[in-house]
Design a protein around this ligand. Structure first.
Ligand code: SF4
Length: 240
């Protein structure tokens, strides 16, 4: 995708959603950090259903420690992987109190040293809580960057680097939220809704479909095992 098309791509997403933000409910960087830790492999909706009761009892790292592992676990038991997440929340709160005076640090190394916090979570906190122009690549961004040709890459780090290079500076701060919302509600994994996509003409996806056109599903690949077998058979025939 050319630089002019990339600029137009974000201009249109901006017109569609002038003030994008996270769908997670929070009232402080600490609450955002906990909500993002809880959202790993879970929906924002499931997190938002559980966190009001949790944050009412424990709005700070020290109060979360005082609440204790059992009660934290009980508050988040409706969220996937809640046992592991509860342990990470308590361990993270301990480090926040011991190393950072109960505050969420606004630099990457310190964030990634917290239990349950990887590069993606650190990027979300740096961007949404502290206003850094980072771009967290989740499943939606990875798919969208590759499908559209905006920032192709074979893994999340490659896509993150390509996005940081390709997204015009004036759109970097909000790029993560625009792309996540577009991927979540329009450019969906199985059935992208191309007929109502504002960047339809800019998108390089070969399987995109225009309004009124019959949707052609992408070709289905056989399971990985079968592909491996087929490749071995072909190799055998070639070497015979
Ligand atoms: S045209 Fe279709 S495939 Fe391309 S970004 Fe829009 S919804 Fe996604």
């Amino acid at each position: 995708m050319s630089p002019a098309k990339r600029r137009e791509f974000f201009k249109r997403l901006q017109v569609a959603t002038p003030k994008p933000t996270t769908e997670l409910a929070y009232e402080s960087p600490f609450q955002l950090l906990i909500a993002v830790i809880l959202s790993a492999q879970a929906t924002d909706r499931s997190v938002n259903l559980a966190t009001p009761a949790l944050f009412a009892q424990a709005p700070t790292p020290q109060s979360m420690l005082d609440l204790g592992l059992d009660k934290v676990t009980r508050c988040i038991r409706t969220i996937g992987l809640f046992n592991t997440k509860a342990r990470n929340v308590i361990a993270t709160c301990r480090l926040l109190v011991e190393r950072h005076g109960g505050e969420v640090p606004d630099h990457r190394e310190a964030l990634e040293a917290l239990p349950g916090v990887g590069r993606k979570t650190a990027n979300v906190i740096l961007n949404t809580a502290f206003g850094h122009p980072t771009i967290a690549v989740d499943t939606h961004l990875f798919r969208l960057a590759n499908r559209t040709g905006l920032a192709p890459g074979k893994d999340v780090l490659a896509v993150e680097r390509a996005l940081l290079k390709n997204v015009p500076d004036e759109y970097k701060l909000d790029a993560h939220h625009w792309l996540i919302l577009h991927g979540r509600y329009v450019c969906k994994a199985r059935k992208p809704e191309c007929e109502r996509c504002v960047v339809f003409d800019l998108c390089a996806y070969p399987q995109k479909h225009s309004p009124g056109e019959k949707r052609v599903p992408p070709p289905r690949l056989p399971p990985a095992k079968a592909r491996t077998k087929g490749a071995k058979a072909r190799k055998g025939r070639q070497s015979a």
